[in-house]
Design a protein around this ligand. Structure first.
Ligand code: ATP
Ligand code: MG
Length: 405
């Protein structure tokens, strides 16, 4: 029945001179999500008067699989605020009426509990012979006539079902309801960042929040194979694959931190290990980020969550890197993060318990306040510290992969 989808966007509508860039990035992302093997140019994605339109290139009606594909694509497109499937007809009252009746029949059949309805009309074509109110009266009369036996009543304020009608110069559009999209900015309109992705709850949420601000995200995870099992890496692969459904092909860098952890275990003070691991993670991440052309690092750290995330330790950990470190969940409490994680679809994966790299040789009582100069002095006890960081980073870059669901 539907032959087009109309997509709405808010925030990018305020971008002044950059507006074209934002809109083009948004359309490119929609095209990418709608790609199907062996079906090049099956859909057309166009911009018309502040809205984005999706139609089939041959302008025929969408099939059920078409609407499912479009729906799942648009719901994952950052930058969009909502979309509606529409019936697009000629801007003639007779065609509009026929489409309205067809649409009403279909949506009322799907909503057996609905008792009231209304029609909301708008016309941007001021030369159209009927004004908005007259269009509404015409369509309500036609629908009531066609569906009379179902005893629907008109309710202008609190209708169970609302039919929208928009009359433009070139065509008219009829739709029922709108589906919410995630909002934010289109991925790719801001520089790429490298997210330190653990298998936990916070870091996938942090990655998603950066995507929502228009940053494509690459991922780096630290494991300690064979002290951590293959499941540790698989879990992160799965999370990265999920996050990749919101963007194009983010790369996952799998880093084995064990050689450095052994040095830290053997040469440094036990209570400082966690902070020293973290500083090493940032140093390696910074090198990988440079190679991957990422302009910042992102983490799922939240103030006070664990010993390594006290303000003094965050200062000391941050001092290891000169790169901008983004911490989008820094002020969130665990329940808020869990809610976001559930919305993202990550929680079911994150909640599985697998060993984490940070717990390998972890001290029973980690220090909650390690001054940066003390941490630096401890690192000097490892003679080939810088070489080791360099070596591990290069090894990590060489084994990158792109996880897909
Ligand atoms: P949780 O939800 O269990 O708190 P988490 O991912 O937040 O999991 P933390 O130990 O709190 O784990 O680590 C804080 C942040 O440091 C993470 O959000 C992540 O960005 C980074 N991090 C920690 N461990 C790793 C790891 N093994 N690989 C990559 N990044 C890590
Ligand atoms: Mg955490």
């Amino acid at each position: 029945m539907y032959n087009a989808a109309i997509c709405r966007y808010h925030e990018i509508a305020t971008k002044g001179n950059n507006r074209n860039f934002f809109e083009n990035t948004l359309m490119d992302n929609i095209r990418f999500f709608l790609r199907q093997e062996g079906r090049e140019k099956y859909f057309a994605v166009r911009k018309v008067q502040g809205r984005i339109w999706v139609e089939k290139t041959d302008r025929s009606d969408f099939s059920q699989p078409d609407t499912e594909l479009i729906s799942s694509a648009l719901k994952k497109t950052y930058g969009l605020s909502s979309f509606s499937f529409i019936i697009k007809t000629a801007p003639e009252m007779e065609d509009i009426r026929a489409a309205a009746v067809k649409l009403a029949q279909a949506i009322f059949d799907n909503a057996p509990e609905a008792k009231t309805f209304r029609v909301r009309a708008r016309r941007s074509n001021k030369n159209f012979p009927l004004c908005s109110k007259d269009i509404e009266i015409d369509l309500v009369t036609a629908i009531a006539g066609a569906l009379g036996e179902r005893h629907f009543t008109l309710d202008l304020d609190n209708a169970d079902l609302t039919l929208g009608c928009e009359v433009r110069h070139e065509f008219a559009a009829l739709y029922a309801g709108e589906t919410h999209c995630p909002g934010g900015l289109p991925v790719g309109c801001n520089p790429k960042v490298l997210c330190l992705l653990s298998g936990g709850i916070d870091s996938p949420v942090a990655a998603a929040m950066m995507q929502k601000r228009g940053c494509a995200v690459d991922f780096i995870t630290f494991h300690s194979s064979p002290y951590t099992p293959p499941e540790t890496e698989d879990k992160v692969r799965e999370l990265a694959a999920l996050l990749n459904t919101y963007q194009r092909n983010g790369t996952l860098y799998l880093c084995n931190l064990l050689p450095l952890q052994k040095e830290i275990r053997d040469k440094c003070t036990e209570r400082l290990r966690t902070v020293l691991y973290r500083r090493a993670m940032f140093r390696i991440a910074e090198k990988v980020a440079a190679a991957a052309k990422c302009k910042a690092l992102a983490t799922g750290e939240a103030v006070g969550q664990v010993a390594s995330q006290t303000i003094p330790n965050l200062v000391t950990i941050s001092a290891a890197s000169t790169m901008l470190i983004l911490r989008p969940v820094i002020g969130m409490d665990k329940n808020e993060t869990i809610k976001r994680s559930e919305e993202l679809g990550a929680f079911e994966i994150s909640k599985l318990q697998v060993p984490d790299s940070c717990t390998v040789f972890a001290p029973s009582s980690p220090s909650t306040s390690v001054p940066a100069d003390i941490a630096a002095k401890e690192e000097k006890r490892i003679e080939n510290y810088d070489e080791l960081i360099e070596e591990i980073a290069n090894q990590t870059i060489a084994t990158a992969e792109v996880p897909e669901l």
